[in-house]
Design a protein around this ligand. Structure first.
Ligand code: PLP
Ligand code: COI
Length: 341
């Protein structure tokens, strides 16, 4: 292992930290330039950039993990690259090639190696790729130029509890419309989520649960994470909807539940009035990893799943298997792990 930054790794939360290098590539006249690593963490862009006015912006989130042996690896970066291409299509932005995306992630991790947390600290290196429309455009139309960038920072748990359960409350706000941008990872979805999030936190909850925008009767998302529940007959269930962000963690867990834990696993509707079909529930995502849900408050009633203080056994097994794969302790399915060094 090379030199490590002087950081109290196990105390990290999910906050910005400037690391040494970031990757940047510019798109102009129909093509991306070669891209490079830079030290400056400030961007200088036109005041008329579409990213600033019309939200022509998308982003991704993925992590680098240090293994027991000290090597460093990425988890399914090609899936993030492909999802970003879909977000770009939705917002009429030029797509960044998948192979270049994966290589740029590797370059950023290597250039910031001292910030990759040691194995066993519970911390990881979070990478934030983003792509924005820039240049002089004030009309509502696609930008003439684009910037693709990846920065990174070491992080700990996204929800304060980590593997301790936290509670959520449903909100009347929608994060996405039925045929809107919910399945794309675009900035506008998150701007609209700030108020419902703040209201949930003010009431003492970790975040809010969004229901389906058409009927407000089915669970869609848990803040910036997907939902899963474990039924009494040990099935892994996660909601299906066109306005949910297709979480790479969620699809990985569907596979892990079936292929590693021998469970039945299914995407289907999850009715907010039928929470008692689940013995355990959780939020899952790159930042959230797996965060056990203690309870959900809906229409002034708090429904408790397994426990408000202890993680359930199936959630724990899912967490251990997924983290085991990500950290190199459990054999991965083919193609899931990309070695950085
Ligand atoms: N849902 C939302 C709204 C998110 O922002 C994220 C984070 O990316 C997720 C779910 C989880 O997706 P993933 O597992 O790909 O990180
Ligand atoms: C992620 O899990 O990567 C996210 O993007 C969630 C949130 C930090 C926006």
């Amino acid at each position: 292992m090379g030199d490590l930054a002087n950081i109290n790794w196990s105390e990290l939360g999910f906050s910005y930290m400037k690391t040494d290098k970031r990757y940047i590539s510019y798109w102009k006249d129909g093509k991306w330039d070669d891209g490079q690593l830079v030290e400056d963490n400030k961007l200088s862009i036109s005041e008329a950039s579409t990213a600033l006015h019309y939200g022509q912006e998308c982003f991704e989130g993925l992590k680098a993990y240090r293994t027991k042996e000290g090597s460093i690896q990425l988890f399914r970066p090609d899936e993030n690259a492909k999802r970003m291409q879909k977000s770009c299509k939705r917002l009429l932005m030029p797509e960044f090639p998948v192979d270049r995306f994966v290589n740029a992630c590797k370059e950023v991790v290597k250039a910031n190696e001292k910030y990759v947390p040691p194995y066993g600290t519970g911390a990881t290196l979070y990478l934030r790729p983003f792509l924005i429309g820039v240049g002089d455009t004030v009309g509502v139309k696609p930008a003439p130029e684009y910037i693709f960038c990846i920065f990174c920072m070491p992080v700990g748990p996204y929800f304060k509890g980590g593997m301790a359960p936290v509670n959520f409350i449903t909100t009347d706000y929608d994060r996405a419309a039925p045929s809107g941008t919910g399945k794309a990872k675009v900035g506008g979805n998150y701007a609209g989520s700030l108020l419902p999030h703040a209201e949930a936190v003010k009431k003492g909850f970790a975040d809010c649960i969004y229901l389906d925008p058409r009927t407000h009767s089915k669970i869609e998302e848990v803040g910036a994470a997907n939902f899963f529940g474990i039924t009494k007959d040990n099935k892994f269930i996660t909601p299906i909807s066109d306005s949910i962000l297709p979480s790479i963690t969620k699809y990985s867990l569907l596979y892990v539940a079936k292929e590693y834990l021998g469970m039945e696993a299914e995407e289907r509707d999850v009715c907010i009035d039928k929470l008692d079909e689940f013995t355990e529930a959780g939020a899952c995502g790159t930042a959230a990893v797996i965060s056990p849900i203690g309870g959900i408050e809906h229409q002034s009633k708090l429904h408790i799943f397994y426990s408000e203080t202890e993680v359930g056994p199936v959630t724990k097994k899912l967490y251990d298997t997924l983290m085991g794969i990500q950290l190199g302790d459990v054999n991965p399915p083919e193609g899931w792990i990309v070695k950085v060094k």
